[in-house]
Design a protein around this ligand. Structure first.
Ligand SMILES: Cc1cc2nc3c(=O)[nH]c(=O)nc-3n(C[C@H](O)[C@H](O)[C@H](O)COP(=O)(O)O)c2cc1C
Length: 187
């Protein structure tokens, strides 16, 4: 489905980012990976709390462990991604201990920054809500009271669609969006 913007002046990087399932297993360059996390670092957050916590693996037993965290249906394709990263959100402010209800919002901003930075380096990302929260906490050594597991992100180089299982290969294309009028209202 072509992604046709409704507003001419939008930066094309927004409609051009999408979440493929075809990953090439070759490793991601360490400096590229550092750039992704650096982009996430500059995301805005309530009181500049930066409540996101990222735990990633790019090989070895760490990657094997994170591969076990994702659901079977996601592992079918995400099992090839050379980097998996769990995004956590710390739900209390560090200084006051008070509830931080904006933490998942801020973690989402950090993830989007990472995703856009990935794209500008020729990398692809795909977020997954389909994973075992308990297994993510166990694998990453982060207690739920400390920070809540929100998402797992697959990161890597674009792969070959033909190497996906047939049902996934048939779905491997950017999807569309609701028209802005469905969710935007001017007062
Ligand atoms: C929080 C979140 C959870 C998601 N969970 C999954 C998932 O478990 N499996 C999957 O294949 N895609 C998952 N996705 C990808 C979405 O389906 C995808 O982002 C959405 O359809 C929009 O497509 P695009 O990212 O290609 O623009 C998730 C995305 C987000 C942001």
């Amino acid at each position: 489905m072509p992604r046709i913007p409704q507003a001419d002046r939008v930066d094309p990087r927004f409609p051009e980012r999408w979440s493929p399932r075809a990953f090439d297993p070759r490793p991601v360059d360490a400096q590229d990976l550092a750039a992704l996390f650096e982009a996430a670092r500059w995301a805005p957050s309530a009181s500049n709390e930066q409540p996101w916590r990222f735990v990633y693996a790019d090989g070895g037993p760490g990657l094997d462990a994170l591969r076990q965290v994702v659901n079977d249906s996601n592992r079918r394709w995400a099992g090839k991604a050379p980097v998996l990263c769990v995004v956590f959100a710390r739900r209390t402010f560090e200084k006051s201990g008070k509830d931080n209800r904006w933490a998942p919002f801020d973690a989402g901003a950090a993830w989007q920054s990472l995703a856009l930075q990935a794209r500008s380096l020729g990398l692809v990302t795909h977020a997954m809500g389909g994973f075992s929260v308990q297994a993510a906490h166990d694998a990453c050594g982060i207690a739920p009271e400390e920070a809540e597991a929100i998402c797992v992100i697959a990161i890597g180089h674009p792969g070959r669609v033909e190497e996906l299982p047939e049902d996934l290969a048939n779905r491997e294309a950017p999807n569309g969006r609701r028209p802005v009028e469905e969710w935007l209202r001017r007062l």
